[in-house]
Design a protein around this ligand. Structure first.
Ligand SMILES: Cc1cc2nc3c(=O)[nH]c(=O)nc-3n(C[C@H](O)[C@H](O)[C@H](O)COP(=O)(O)OP(=O)(O)OC[C@H]3O[C@@H](n4cnc5c(N)ncnc54)[C@H](O)[C@@H]3O)c2cc1C
Length: 517
């Protein structure tokens, strides 16, 4: 679009599944401006949404509650499951390329699912097809306009509610846009960690924006670490999903021994947190300077591997790893943020006019750990629910002024900022990662607090991202330190059991303090 408006009715920050689905819902109620910090299509590259038959509802509910380890909001999970069929049927109607076997859609079973309920497109991934369908639908609606490369820097408030946003536009000029309501659909925060499956985009911007505006942030200690991502120098940590282990892959340590039987009777298909911790342990005992373990598919039929895992096969081949013949070097990596901006069942936060959906939101669906493939589905269902609720916020807006041009800029990228980001990621990986201790987390908090003044007044996009990463890292570390037990994705060596009496509750961070509600 040419130039950004000074005012609109609704601002949606994010062009992933959550943002697009909300925008489609809002289009009937007023003007919707959808922002992305890069290209519209630059969102996460996920895989597959769940689709459950009606007779499977109880099982899906049970699987999700089990994964959530006591902290799921059952009503939120039920809403997800009840609305899923309708939301998915809509997307199927808008899309064209989901897998069929004759007239039926193809469902496959993921490792921790008790039934086959994941919908696939073109062999392995639905995400691009879902995104394509939502983008095309949103483009077809005349009240929706897109603003790519518009980086939101702050939420504006007045009289206790949201009044607009400020941003850096495509050319780095600051601008304010007045609106009735804002949806944060800004995705995850994986980049607070050194090793992550998340793209560069996952810098916790929604959490930073919401926290600074006074919204409640919760459950930040729960970060899901995927046990296996491709580990090669200067290669992004490509996710090697559960599908490889359900296909029959072995895990081998540095000495090429199959080690998982030592840790769990289910071996490689044990719960993924346990697999991740087993890998961490094997890497530690190897005493290697640059440790990793291997996934091994070489004993399986090459034709079957290529047919069942075409995307993984092609991705590894791009880095000269033929998964039918070579061992695949892997490490665990931060994958999904279970906490975030606290919302009710309609995406409402505690700040009037501010909504959140998708990975940046904490709706209560996931609890202490994620049930695989629920996140895309959550983005779809809760994106739509937030869009519907936001319609009620429509109010007359007042035009706000543009900030002076010289205040900020798009670059150049400051090497000092990159160095600070690396420090944050290293501290978080070493001391607030897969296995946590009080001493480690206290050390991390001290190191993060020392970085704070260097990051306090961001002037560029990257510096804003650094400030958001830093804030989210601190919130994770403080929440993890306060939760003196192990639960779901949060594992402490010094408190290795549940403590239901004290901690069957959600953490909420405000300022420096953490409360449990
Ligand atoms: C490798 C990988 C595999 C996955 N596989 C699965 C799977 O199989 N099943 C499943 O359910 N889930 C999966 N997930 C998780 C799932 O992809 C995400 O949870 C989901 O896509 C999040 O969608 P979203 O709409 O919340 O945000 P995203 O798709 O992450 O989009 C975020 C949007 O926010 C915008 N944005 C961010 N900050 C700003 C800012 N400051 N200003 C303006 N715009 C901003 C970005 O530009 C982008 O448009 C996977 C994730 C990864 C990384």
């Amino acid at each position: 679009m040419k130039g950004l408006p000074a005012e609109t009715d609704f601002v949606v920050i994010g062009t992933g599944v959550a943002g697009l689905r909300a925008a489609i819902e809002l289009a009937a109620a007023g003007r919707v401006l959808v922002l992305s910090k890069k290209e519209v299509r630059d969102t996460h590259t996920p895989a597959a949404p769940d689709l459950n038959d009606e007779d499977e509802v109880t099982i899906h509910l049970q699987d999700t509650l089990t994964a959530g380890d006591g902290l799921c909001n059952t009503t939120a999970v039920k809403a997800l499951i009840d609305e899923a069929p309708e939301r998915i049927e809509e997307v199927i109607a808008w899309a064209k390329h989901f897998d069929h076997a004759g007239a039926k859609l193809v469902f496959v079973q993921e490792k921790t699912h008790s039934h086959s309920r994941v919908l696939h497109a073109q062999g392995e991934s639905t995400a691009s097809e879902v995104l394509r369908a939502l983008t095309a639908k949103a483009h077809s609606l005349k009240h929706i306009s897109f603003a790519p490369f518009a980086f939101t820097t702050a939420l504006l408030t007045g009289a206790g509610r949201i009044t607009g946003i400020s941003l850096l536009n495509e050319t780095g000029v600051p601008q304010e846009i007045a609106c009735s309501a804002v949806l944060l659909a800004t995705g995850g925060m994986g980049r607070i960690y050194r090793d992550t499956t998340n793209s560069e985009m996952a810098t916790a911007d929604g959490i930073g924006l919401a926290f600074r505006a006074g919204a409640e942030i919760g459950d930040m200690e729960f970060v899901h670490f995927h046990p296996t991502s491709l580990y090669m120098k200067k290669v992004p940590r490509f996710l090697l999903s559960e599908a490889l282990r359900t296909e029959g892959a072995y895990l081998r340590n540095f000495e090429l021994d199959r080690f998982m039987a030592k840790y769990h009777p289910l071996g490689v298909v044990a719960p993924s947190d346990l697999v991740a911790r087993a890998i961490v342990h094997e890497m530690e005992v190897s005493r290697a300077k640059d440790p990793f373990v291997y996934l091994d598919l070489t004993h399986l039929s090459a034709t079957k591997v290529q047919k069942h895992l075409p995307r993984v096969y092609a991705a590894c081949m791009r880095h000269n790893v033929d998964i039918t013949e070579d061992l695949i070097p892997v490490r665990p990596a931060a994958h999904f943020c279970l906490g975030g901006v606290r919302t009710d069942l309609n995406g409402r936060t505690n700040l009037a006019g501010l909504f959140a959906a998708g990975e940046t939101a904490a709706t209560g669906v996931h609890g202490a750990n994620r049930f695989p493939s629920n996140s895309l589905l959550e983005s779809l269902v809760y994106g739509a629910r937030s869009g519907r609720a936001m319609r009620e916020e429509l109010k007359p807006t007042s035009t706000t002024t543009t900030l002076p041009k010289a205040a900020y800029s798009n670059g150049p990228v400051d090497a000092g900022v990159e160095e600070l980001i690396t420090q944050i990621q290293t501290v978080m990986w070493s001391d607030v990662g897969i296995v946590r201790t009080r001493m480690g987390m206290q050390k991390a908090i001290k190191a993060l607090e020392e970085i704070a003044p260097k990051i306090a007044h961001p002037k560029t996009r990257r510096a804003h991202e650094a400030a958001n990463l830093h804030l989210a890292a601190l919130l994770v570390a403080r929440s993890a330190l306060a939760r003196e037990e192990s639960r779901g994705a949060h594992y402490r060596m010094d408190y290795s059991d549940h403590d239901d009496k004290k901690f069957l509750k959600h953490s909420v961070v405000r300022g420096d303090s953490v409360r449990f509600l």
